[in-house]
Design a protein. Structure first.
Length: 371
């Protein structure tokens, strides 16, 4: 950039990863933006369920501030938002519509919406739900950043009136996620918050293989699973893993499972941060299949896909250690080339420059071109 940007991000959470995938995404992005010289202020609503589970109460990059209400937000941070070169409002932010209306009317710089839940957001808008975004508000944001790419971006522009929709996928910091030598505790593992629409896939691709093969050692980590669920004896349950424990978790598995929520599977082009974290650790991934997966990893070469318990058991029992490790390492190389947090920061810089050029303001030049 010709100069550092003053960036304000209003996101769901950066201090607590409990029950959400937003925190790890924002941590990686803010860390990378700060490392590239930008001044980043992250504003987070002080919610009790996150206050009770803060695994990073004071992020060591950027500036993090908590607020308790929209009124307090406006009172304390109006000048910061007004003077920001870029102000980003994230999906699922409490009172997101009111905050979006205020930001788009106040900020003199680029106003962006960052949708970490795009297919879910579009379904809500189609049903007339206005939890954190409305169709009218979409058109007021200069830039719609989406966790989902592919055809949905054109839909956001064409049907919802966004001036510019661009993919800003999740990412991973390779300084935090990398292979390390440790004993493989589990043959197959999965990490994810409980979701009704994802549970059938978990049943089919992890629970059922565990039932069929008592010798398998498997693990499921994540909160909110109903207590009445029945788990086979060879499935270990971990209620919550803080991000600091994720690398060790992935490196302790021979294979890890990636599962996609129904709306995101239908939309396609919706990789999860867990997918990238596991790949950065060179852990061999078995994933459900969805449109666009091949644009992130080459199936059979960098990732394995399965739709039945029999396919999972085939990988676990018949794939050689040499081939398993090679698949994991090729996925890691793909991550290092295309899906690091620094790469995302550079993409965001280019999108801001594109908005400024399109709107006729003085363009902000990217610090480094993406090869």
């Amino acid at each position: 950039m010709t100069k550092p940007l003053d960036i304000v991000i209003l996101g769901l959470s950066i201090t607590s990863s409990w029950g959400n995938g937003h925190a790890t995404t924002f941590r990686a992005l803010v860390r990378a933006l700060s490392a590239r010289g930008h001044n980043v202020c992250f504003l987070e609503r002080d919610m009790p369920w996150y206050a009770e589970n803060r695994d990073l109460p004071n992020p060591p990059y950027g500036l993090t501030q908590l607020y308790r209400s929209v009124a307090e937000l406006k009172r304390r941070f109006a000048r910061r938002v007004l003077n920001a070169d870029l102000c980003i409002v994230g999906s699922y932010v409490p009172d997101g519509v009111a905050i979006g209306e205020w930001v788009t009317a106040t900020c003199a710089g680029v106003k962006a919406f960052y949708d970490i839940d795009t297919p879910i957001t579009l379904a809500k808008l189609a049903n007339g739900e206005a939890e954190y975004l409305t169709p009218r508000l979409v058109s007021r944001y200069d830039l719609y950043l989406s966790f989902t790419g592919g055809p949905v971006l054109r839909k956001i522009e064409r049907e919802l009136g966004s001036p510019m929709a661009r993919a800003l996928y999740c990412s991973v910091d390779p300084k935090v996620y990398f292979p390390e030598s440790c004993n493989a505790k589990w043959d197959l593992g999965y990490m994810g918050t409980y979701s009704v629409d994802r549970q059938p896939s978990l049943d089919q691709l992890l629970i059922e293989p565990a039932r069929r093969s008592a010798k398998l050692k498997t693990v499921v980590a994540g909160p909110m699973y109903p207590r009445e669920l029945s788990w086979p004896a060879n499935v270990k349950r971990i209620e919550h893993l803080a991000p600091a424990a994720h690398r060790r978790f992935y490196n302790s598995q021979r294979f890890t499972l990636n599962l996609t929520r129904a709306d995101m599977r239908v939309a396609g082009y919706s990789p999860s941060v867990r997918l990238f974290e596991a790949a950065a650790c060179a852990t061999c991934i078995i994933s459900d299949s969805w449109p666009g997966l091949e644009t992130f990893f080459k199936p059979g070469h960098e990732i394995l896909t399965a739709s039945t318990a029999a396919e999972v058991l085939h990988y676990l029992n018949d794939l050689s250690e040499k081939d398993r490790r090679a698949i994991g390492e090729r996925a890691r190389q793909r991550i290092l080339a295309e899906h690091t947090s620094e790469r995302r920061a550079m993409e965001l810089e280019q999108y801001v420059a594109e908005v400024l050029k399109t709107t006729g303001f003085a363009a902000v030049q990217p610090a480094g071109a993406i090869a």
